[in-house]
Ligand binder design. Sequence first.
Ligand code: C2E
Ligand code: MG
Ligand code: MG
Length: 503
Amino acid sequence: MKTCQASVEHTQPEGARVPERSDLVGRALAGDRSGSLLEQDVDEELRRQMLSYGYRHDPQTGLLNRQGFQGSLGELLQQQEEGDEVALIWIDLINLRREFFLWGWDGIDALVGHVASTLQDVVGSDALLGRCTGHSFQIAVPAAKFDREARNRIQSMIDALSPLLVRGTEIKLETAAGVAFFPSDTESAEELVRFASMAAMRGRVLKSNAVLAFQAGMNSLIVRDHQLEVEMTKGFDRGLVSLVYQPKIDLNSGMVLGVEALLRWKHPEWGVVAPSEFIPIAERSDLIQRVFDFSLEGALRDTRRWMELGIAPPVISVNASAANVRREDFLGRVRRFLKELPIAPIVLELEVTESLLFDDEEVFTTRMRQLREIGVRIAIDDFGTRYTGFNLLKQLPLETMKIDQCFIRGIHLSPDMRALCNTIVAMARQMRLRTVAEGIEEQGELEAMRQAGCEAGQGFLFQHPVTSEEFVDFLREWPARIPSFGFVSPCAPRDAEPLCGMA
Ligand code: C2E
Ligand code: MG
Ligand code: MG
């Protein structure tokens, strides 16, 4: 197998490498003023060389840039003989932005420089190393796809990157890495790089620390995700996205305590696409801002419409993703919509999952406080699907805890589950949180949650999510349905507190 030696010269750090001087420039520097040599020619030649160097190299690390790497990789693959194999590794640096917040540009330069030199140390002299984008590095090394030792060597290259000691500070670098092999995955240099980057992207989605090998299916998964994103944008533009509403019921009185707005997207060919499919994809792009704006504005608009029909507004709950809450203008957006319609902030509740807590506890806490200050309520959604210590929850200005359906399903048939839910509800009570049981489908589940002391419930047993108009019908018909659920103290909607039911 031929190695990548031919291109090794490109892998030295910039400081160690100056473009070679041509005879013309060399003679000029040596003071040769003879013949037709003009200063202008020298300038011209130097500039040409600098430009050509700059065209192929990343100025920050001196590594090959996209053009340089792709060109050298193409040459390298052409030189391979029958039976030779090359592994192309793509490494994404994920938390550069966080490091930037912490250390500024200087810190980022130092960090990226360290990654470049660490990789140079570990990849060996027969590797081709490049920096094709600002937050990614590429390595081409001789390695066979099914050789376990080669795979271990590749993994150790990635493992060498964390923790990294930069200016005396230990940094835990988050990376996602993928690998594709020549010629088994593809014989094209361009595809090899692309396939490795797809594998890295998949690794990022799966939050995998391992170097993920490219698989043919990844191609279609990523294409599908992209297609879904494009189609969803069209869906918004063409008015194919709408909201449906599902009530939250007081488990003692049967009163309607609130209503949750849920997004629906009807694709002209695919039919209804479930939020569980498109929300994670929207969350990986800017589309999630559109999702939030649409849901918040739509839900508040419908609330206003219900009020105009003489219905006292139930607390309206809107789901917010971590990516929404993290944005600087999050609070401003919420305020603006409330003011425009106008709707009193106390009528609005935002449901947020625990995931943000793991990302950035400080941002989350600040945002929650800001929301509470203006009067908006906050609920923790899907509680129990991630582990958030009660201690942490105690510090947050929360109003409500929504217990995930996985604890509710079949609770009446399982003493263990019942004991667990009793504890969750008791802990929540101690923290002065209201509890809502999600996904109640059976009367037995309703009874068990009521006995556990859970205040409210939501689920198909009471009502599937319905359109805004159907929700008005539901509110009208609900009082007559209340007795069938055996509520302990059924109350007419007129007796309800002002935020519930019909006015
Ligand atoms: P979620 O916020 O926990 O919403 C509750 C989900 O449970 C809804 O699914 C609802 O239709 C479903 N559900 C309600 N009762 C029952 C029941 O008795 N049995 C079963 N099996 N399911 C029940 P949906 O509408 O498919 O939404 C799924 C998730 O998508 C939501 O979970 C929420 O996390 C997300 N989502 C929906 N709309 C939005 C939105 O506008 N913005 C954001 N960021 N996320 C949204
Ligand atoms: Mg929710
Ligand atoms: Mg939920």
